[in-house]
Design a protein around this ligand. Structure first.
Ligand SMILES: [Zn+2]
Length: 249
C-alpha cells in the first residue's frame, strides 16, 4: 500500500513538473485542518512530507490560517502551534484576517502562478482547488499523507496544452503548404508520365505491319520450295539424267 502511494506520488509529481513547470523547492501551503489531522494521527509533517514528495520542501502558511485555527478553541492550539513553525507568507489581509480558505484562494489566484501545493482537509477549499488547473492537493488519510490524483481541470488543461504543442506553428504551416504544393506538382508530372505509354508506339505499329506481311505471303511459297527441295533430293542422279535426255528429245 505504501509502495503504491509513493509510486502514484512520483507519477503525479512528474505530471505537475512536466506540464505546469513545478520545480523544487516544493512550496506547500498548509492550513489548520491539515495540521490538526496530522497531530491527531501523530504524523510529523516536517519529517514525512519530504520523504513522500522527495527533494526540497518549503512548508508555508499565512497569518489568516493561524488566526482562524487559534480562534476555533483550545483543542486546536496544537495545530496552530505547528503552523507557526512554518514560513509565514505575506497575504493582503494583515489588517483584517480572513478565513484560511479565503486567504489561500486569493494567494492561488486564477492560475497558481507561484506553483503552490495546498495541504488541507477543508472540503470547500478542496472543491475550489479542483476547479483550477495545476494545483497539487495534499490531504491526510488517517496517518498517511496523500498527494491527490490530478483533477479533471488539470487533466483537461494538460490535454489542451499537448494538442497546442503538437499543432504546427505559422512557419511550420507555411512549410507544409509549400511541401504540399511541390507534392501536387510532382503528382501531376507523374500522371503526365503515366499517360505517355497510352499513346500509340510507332515502333510497335511498324513491327505489327511487318509481321503481317511475313505471315501472309511466304507460307505457300515456303512449303512449295520445301517440297521442291525434297523432290529434288529424292530423285536419283541417273534418273534425273534420263529425264533430261527424254526432255531434249
Ligand atoms: Zn490572508
Amino acid at each position: 500500500m505504501k509502495i503504491k502511494r509513493y509510486k502514484h506520488a512520483r507519477r503525479y509529481l512528474g505530471f505537475y513538473k512536466n506540464l505546469f513547470n513545478f520545480q523544487e523547492p516544493h512550496l506547500v501551503l498548509v492550513d489548520g485542518t491539515f495540521t490538526c489531522m496530522a497531530l491527531r494521527h501523530k504524523t510529523n509533517i516536517q519529517e514525512q512530507l519530504p520523504k513522500y514528495l522527495g527533494g526540497n520542501i518549503q512548508l508555508m502558511t499565512t497569518k489568516c490560517a493561524i488566526v482562524e485555527t487559534e480562534s476555533l478553541g483550545k483543542e486546536l492550539f496544537g495545530a496552530a502551534a505547528i503552523l507557526k513553525r512554518y514560513k509565514i507568507l505575506k497575504c493582503p489581509h494583515r489588517e483584517k484576517p480572513v478565513p484560511g480558505a479565503d486567504c489561500f484562494t486569493e494567494l492561488i489566484g486564477e492560475e497558481n502562478k507561484q506553483h503552490y501545493y495546498i495541504a488541507t482537509q477543508d472540503p470547500e477549499l478542496t472543491e475550489h482547488v479542483h476547479t483550477i488547473p495545476g494545483i497539487p492537493l495534499l490531504y491526510m488519510n488517517m496517518n498517511a499523507i496523500v498527494l491527490e490524483k490530478p483533477s479533471k481541470a488539470s487533466n483537461h488543461f494538460a490535454e489542451k496544452l499537448t494538442k497546442k504543442k503538437t499543432k504546427p506553428s505559422a512557419v511550420e504551416k507555411e512549410t507544409l503548404k509549400q511541401l504540399k504544393g511541390t507534392e501536387e506538382k510532382s503528382k501531376v508530372e507523374r500522371q503526365k508520365k503515366r499517360r505517355r505509354p497510352k499513346e500509340p508506339n510507332p515502333l510497335s505499329v511498324k513491327r505489327k505491319k511487318k509481321n503481317k506481311s511475313v505471315q501472309e505471303t511466304p507460307k505457300g511459297a515456303e512449303t512449295a520450295g520445301r517440297r521442291k527441295r525434297r523432290n529434288r533430293s529424292k530423285v536419283a542422279k541417273h534418273i534425273r539424267e534420263q529425264m533430261r535426255t527424254s526432255d531434249e528429245r
